[in-house]
Design a protein around this ligand. Structure first.
Ligand code: HEM
Length: 560
């Protein structure tokens, strides 16, 4: 057997051995971490910040954080203990909950690559998008991100607006059809289910120049592949699953991946089916885009730009076929449910706040008149940029409903974490920075930061778009890529699709509010903010039915 083949066959096992050693080392470090965090005499900080101890392995605080509705634990801990909280995980390990702006800025940006994703969380991302950018870390992440950034630049994202407008109009046409045949000209729609299919089609065309046909054909393979993926695979975990997740950090990556590929189970099977389906489509599309590029045909969709950007890299910095397939799966996954659910949460808030809905419609009507007056029919990107109230509604929705509400990291070296606000340790001492031991795991609370009353105002839990217009927002650390919100994260791993997402959300909101009036149904009283990787709306008592946000829809009047 040639030597290279022996090397390539043994490499994954060697990697596992290294990883296993690293994990054992972190078990060893664990005691030291505890010393740092719990304030025994030798600790560098003299006490936990707000200790929130679990009662036992099954009643631990990680469980509270992961099993309650989105933000519930975050907001409670923030109020009770502040923006840095030490808590226990399933196996009695330690974690820090962080919503302090300066500490978040440091972890996301200043010391970004010293805080890597948790291996057990990366294993979860592999289930939905393979070895792509959301999964990657270190040098692999740098390489993939460099290739993936250019197709998501400002001008490229703006150029996609007509695509988003077109799919938003398709929803309008379908709903108007239904309303005209309904006796009282009103319908109750499960809004996110419709928007999920519409944004699937929009991302199909915008990102891949491909027609998934999800709006027309609810039984299409791609719809079935994704339907329920989030709540079945990533829905609120049982105590057993949390324990497995906590144990998973001690298991080598190759073993975890093998188990994910071969273990029976409804969730794993769903993820495997979705993987087979999306990878098949991805392979075909990448091949056709590469052929088009070789023949000198230039596509404007994101995948064509990605294939082109990858080709211009040298051998070492180029993504291989597996990475390209994973990249396409990543775009589809990261860019689909995130936007459709953000639009749904915006429509919910506009139903709860009829004045805000009327104000937004007024702005839309004024812009429609201006567009007609210049002889156009469609909103341009410049028109959209000028709609200050629409943008305020979008920012406020992103603030109060960040669909990705947590992200997890571990310190790759001993470090010192700066804080915006000093915290009082167990012994009563005020400290404005805390030492972090290598291996310390942290949960970065996007939901918590977005509701920090020091930054956003005293009415931080209310939907109040006006805060974005009256200059009341306080400027502190620069963290988030969009208006300093953390909804798209920040720093070296900030969302690459944030501009794409904002244009898409605005196109759908403007179209839908222009045409329809949204109001609450009785069922909305049972609405839950379900943590499923992405925050999904479900109804109390019917969580197993998956995504539900029933809103009443009627035609909007034109003479307001
Ligand atoms: C409202 C919509 C969206 C929200 C709230 C959102 C939020 C986020 C957040 C919080 C992260 C960081 C996750 C972490 O570090 O653990 C992220 C990363 C990412 N997002 Fe988005 N996203 C949205 C839309 C999109 C869209 C439309 C795309 C692409 C079409 C996209 C592609 C990505 C990718 C590839 C990453 C990984 C970046 C990296 O690790 O370097 N996202 N997103």
């Amino acid at each position: 057997m040639p030597e290279t083949s022996v090397v390539s066959r043994t490499a994954p096992y060697l990697e596992s051995v290294f990883e296993c050693t690293e994990n054992l080392y972190s078990v060893y470090l664990h005691d030291e971490e505890t010393l740092y965090l719990t304030g025994t005499p030798s600790s560098r900080i003299d006490g936990p910040l707000g200790v929130y101890p679990g009662t036992n392995a099954h009643e631990c605080s990680l469980r509270e954080l992961l099993q309650t509705q989105v933000g519930e634990a975050d907001f409670k801990w923030q109020e009770r203990y502040g923006n840095v909280v030490h808590f226990k995980t399933a196996l009695g390990g330690d974690m820090l909950f962080i919503s302090d702006p300066k500490a978040l800025q440091y972890i996301f940006q200043t010391s970004g690559y010293n805080y890597q994703k948790l291996p057990e969380r990366r294993a979860l991302s592999r289930l939905h998008s393979g070895h792509g950018l959301v999964w990657a870390d270190g040098e692999t992440h740098k390489k993939q991100r460099k290739v993936m950034l250019p197709p998501f630049s400002g001008p490229e994202s703006k150029a996609l607006l007509p695509v988003f407008n077109r799919y938003a109009e398709m929803v309008t046409l379908k709903w108007k059809d239904d309303l005209s045949s309904s006796p009282d000209h009103s319908m109750v729609y499960n809004v996110p289910a419709w928007l999920s299919r519409a944004t699937m089609d929009a991302i199909g065309e915008a990102a891949f120049d491909y027609h998934f046909n999800a709006m027309e054909d609810v039984d299409s393979d791609i719809v079935k592949g994704y339907n329920g993926l989030m709540n079945i695979v990533f829905g609120s975990p049982s105590a057993g699953k949390i324990l497995v997740l906590d144990i998973a950090r001690f298991i080598p990556r190759a073993v975890i991946e093998w188990l994910q590929d071969y273990l029976p189970g409804k969730g794993l099977q769903k993820a495997r089916d979705s993987e087979a389906l999306t990878s098949g489509v991805a392979r075909t599309l990448i091949k056709s885009k590469s052929e088009a590029l070789a023949e000198g045909r230039r596509g404007r969709d994101i995948l064509s730009l990605l294939v082109k950007a990858n080709k211009s890299e040298n051998e070492k910095t180029r993504m291989d076929e597996n990475e390209m397939i994973s990249s396409m799966r990543t775009i589809l996954f990261a860019g689909h449910e995130t936007t459709s659910n953000t639009i749904s949460w915006a429509l919910l808030e506009l139903s709860r706040n009829p004045n805000a809905q009327a104000q937004l419609r007024k702005e839309i009507r004024e812009m429609e008149s201006a567009i007609r007056a210049r002889g156009d029919t469609e909103f341009s990107a410049t028109d959209m940029d000028q709609m200050s109230y629409a943008l305020a509604v979008i920012k406020e929705t992103l603030r109060i409903h960040p669909v990705i509400h947590h992200t997890f990291r571990r310190a790759m070296k001993d470090d010192v974490l700066p804080l915006s606000e000093p915290i009082r340790t167990k012994s009563g001492k005020l400290v404005s920075e805390i030492p972090i031991a290598k291996g310390t795991r942290v949960v970065l609370s996007i939901a918590g930061y977005n509701r920090n009353s020091e930054l956003w105002g005293a009415d931080v839990h209310s939907f109040h778009p006006e805060r974005w217009l009256d200059g009341s927002i306080k400027k502190t650390q620069t963290i988030g890529v969009y208006n300093n919100l953390l909804t798209f994260a920040g720093g070296i791993r900030a969302c690459i699709g944030w501009r794409f997402a904002v244009h898409e959300v605005q196109a759908f909101l403007v179209e839908l509010i222009s045409n329809f009036e949204f109001s609450l149904t009785e069922d909305i009283q049972r609405l839950r903010r379900e943590p499923c990787g992405v925050m999904l709306p479900t109804l109390e008592g019917e969580v197993e039915k998956g995504v539900q946000m029933p809103l009443k829809v009627t035609l909007a009047t034109r003479d307001e």
